[in-house]
Ligand binder design. Structure first.
Ligand code: COI
Length: 343
């Protein structure tokens, strides 16, 4: 089937919102089930200034992607993992739990209604942002009684300006992102607001992003805020183990599986200390938005450490390529990660 495409300069896409035709919207009262929603024109929403989300940050979101694949299908990538995490995050933030069928069906209707905004094969992807928040007003601290769930989409290219490059990261010693028994492992909006100030400060000094340290053991690596972190050294691929503060990233899990099942690497989800990072042959970060992005160098206090002489390493390169190949359905693989919605 020939898929119609919107009039967009697909080659100059970055990670900025491009408005599309429609968004999905549903509401739910506490104690009821998410059941009814519909597509509405993409646009602004009206909210009480006393809405719980605005005052107390009761909101969670997801990030997932649709791809125009090699065989001319439009497919979702590991959408069930996002559904599972949304279920977990809504529970943690006292939001009526969004079940998997409702979540996946809503994503499918949104993508189908905006099909012409899925970039052509090989030109990026459609980023899908499901978000849910406490809508009703409350002056005292408590969960809302009414909730709104929205899914909007945007065609995207690379997350970091200028395309895939080698990141220059600051190891953050002044701020933590999350605490182990907090909400760091939920995709809560508040985790991202906590990262804005350290990110701003780092960018002013020429860094692309920051690496957060564990709030208990400050010589242990946590995550990047917008992504998970991996190192490769002496044949072993390592990523920080999920400790309650780290987000259980879909790309993180995909890279672990590709590393072990396709590349035959030893993969460890374990503690990673600063010295492990400094000694690593390669380092890179993973996320739905950032995909697999290599790290060229990190700075800790006044010292700078380079990986693979500041070039993308062979392992990061293979993982990056294999993930994209799988997402575009270009290679046979042992996984069943694509859900075609337009065949
Ligand atoms: C994602 O990778 O989907 C994220 O949610 C990270 C970020 C853009 C907030």
């Amino acid at each position: 089937m020939k898929l119609k495409k919107a009039k967009i300069d697909w080659d100059s896409l970055g990670f900025e919102l491009v408005k599309t035709r429609s968004m999905y919207m549903a509401t739910c009262r506490n104690g009821e089930e998410w059941a009814h929603g519909s597509l509405v024109p993409f646009g602004n929403i009206e909210l009480s200034p006393a809405a719980v989300v605005l005052n107390y940050g009761q909101g969670v979101f997801e990030g997932t992607k649709a791809f125009h694949t090699y065989n001319d299908q439009i497919s979702l990538f590991r959408i069930n993992r996002n559904a599972r995490r949304m279920h977990f995050s809504t529970k943690r933030l006292c939001i009526p739990q969004i079940n998997s069928d409702f979540f996946v069906n809503s994503v499918i209707s949104t993508v189908k209604d905006n099909l012409d905004f899925v970039p052509p094969y090989g030109k990026g992807s459609m980023y899908i942002r499901p978000i849910v928040w406490g809508t009703s007003p409350a002056l005292g601290v408590r969960a809302a009684s009414d909730y709104t769930f929205v899914i909007y989409v945007s065609p995207v290219g690379p997350y970091f300006k200028g395309g895939v490059k080698l990141l220059n990261l600051k190891i953050e010693t002044n701020y933590h992102r999350a605490a182990p028994k907090g909400i760091g492992n939920a995709k809560a909006i508040g985790n991202y607001s906590a990262s804005l100030y350290p990110l701003l400060k780092a960018k002013q000094k020429g860094f692309d992003e920051v690496i957060y340290l564990d709030s208990v053991a400050e010589d242990r690596i946590e995550e990047i805020g917008s992504a998970n972190l991996f190192i490769y050294n002496k044949g072993i691929l390592k990523t920080p183990k999920l400790n309650g503060a780290i987000l259980d990233g879909v790309t993180r899990d995909s890279v672990c599986k590709i590393g072990s099942d396709i590349l035959g690497l030893k993969v460890e989800e374990t503690d990673i200390f600063l010295k492990d990072l400094f000694e690593a042959e390669e380092a890179f970060c993973t996320g739905t938005a950032v995909e697999v992005t290599p790290i060229g160098k990190v700075s800790y206090k006044d010292k700078c450490y380079k990986f693979n002489k500041g070039q993308i390493g062979p392992i990061a390169k293979k993982l990056q390529k294999t993930l994209i190949n799988i997402q575009r359905n270009e290679i046979d693989n042992p996984f069943d990660w694509l859900l075609p919605i337009i065949i």
